[in-house]
Design a protein around this ligand. Structure first.
Ligand SMILES: [Zn+2]
Length: 280
């Protein structure tokens, strides 16, 4: 292994150890999409996902539901450390095949965001080089997840860039996806995930007036007390490129480092980074 790579690996491993010792805490909302071996931007291998969940379980982490997280954030009663939230975007069938047995065995819950027009189909919006074309869960499979204690919530109807739609079109995406999930699954659909992470104040206001209580973005980071529940940051699996990086993330070490790096990069750059880059 080249020496630079070895040094980098040692650095991350050290950060994980320091993070664990300091346990800076925070309750990360982890973002996953697909559990498959393609190595794409949106993929985590089944073996890595199993190892990540086992690691959290072995170290006594509790999985909060996103619903519980949003309620506790409003009350200022989130645990300081030792808890996390699992989210899956898009509803890939491999969540049913791979994640469900693991989560069931460990007693972990998760929230799955589905674009309702595509349930039972495939992720046609990911037609870009390097992204896998994979099947999505059916309503029957989603009902099985719900019966196992997972929460199925809205990722709009058609997986659009919401800020490019008229207010009426955007409102239809929010209202109809909510209604469809509630009719199909008999639950309360009041949590949302912005497709491509694309949102603004007007979309957040439409979410509020449509009855949503929480919404997650693709912005990297933890949420401070008093954060807007309709613009929640998460910690994306694209950063879990090694066990050491994953560990640094869950012990609260990676988040401040990465945010500082992104801030520095945008301060030094004449063109601001595209927030949609790599987003799905
Ligand atoms: Zn998506």
């Amino acid at each position: 292994m080249p020496i630079a790579k070895r040094m980098k690996r040692a650095l991350w491993s050290g950060l994980g150890t320091v993070g664990k010792a300091l346990h800076l805490g925070g309750v990360p909302i982890l973002t996953y999409h697909s559990l498959d071996p393609s190595g794409s931007l949106i993929s985590v291998s089944p073996a890595a996902f199993a190892a990540q969940m086992e690691y959290l379980h072995r170290h006594g982490f509790r999985a909060l539901s996103l619903r519980d997280y949003v309620a506790r954030l409003a009350l200022g009663s989130l645990p300081a450390r030792g808890a996390f939230v699992i989210t899956f975007d898009d509803g890939f069938r491999n969540v049913h095949q791979i994640a469900l047995p693991i989560l069931r065995r460990l007693g972990y819950t998760a929230t799955v965001f589905v674009p309702t027009d595509h349930v039972g189909g495939s992720a046609t919006w990911t037609m870009r080089p390097g992204l896998p074309q994979l099947p999505l869960m059916s309503w029957e499979e989603l009902a099985e997840l719900q019966a196992a204690g997972l929460d199925i919530q809205s990722h709009a109807c058609s997986h659009p860039f919401l800020t490019t739609l008229t207010p009426a079109e955007a409102e239809r995406e929010l209202v109809e996806s909510k209604r469809t999930i509630e009719e199909r699954l008999g639950n309360t659909a009041d949590l949302f995930c912005y497709p491509y992470g694309d949102g603004n104040a007007a979309v957040a206001e439409l979410l509020r007036s449509s009855g949503y209580r929480g919404a997650v973005t693709l912005e990297f980071g933890l949420n401070s007390p008093g954060a807007d529940p309709l613009r929640l940051r998460r910690v994306g699996s694209a950063h879990f490129t090694s066990p050491a990086k994953f560990e640094a993330c869950v012990w609260g070490m990676y988040t401040p480092l990465l945010r500082a790096k992104l801030r520095l990069r945008s301060a030094l750059s004449s063109t601001p980074p595209d927030p949609r880059r790599g987003a799905v």
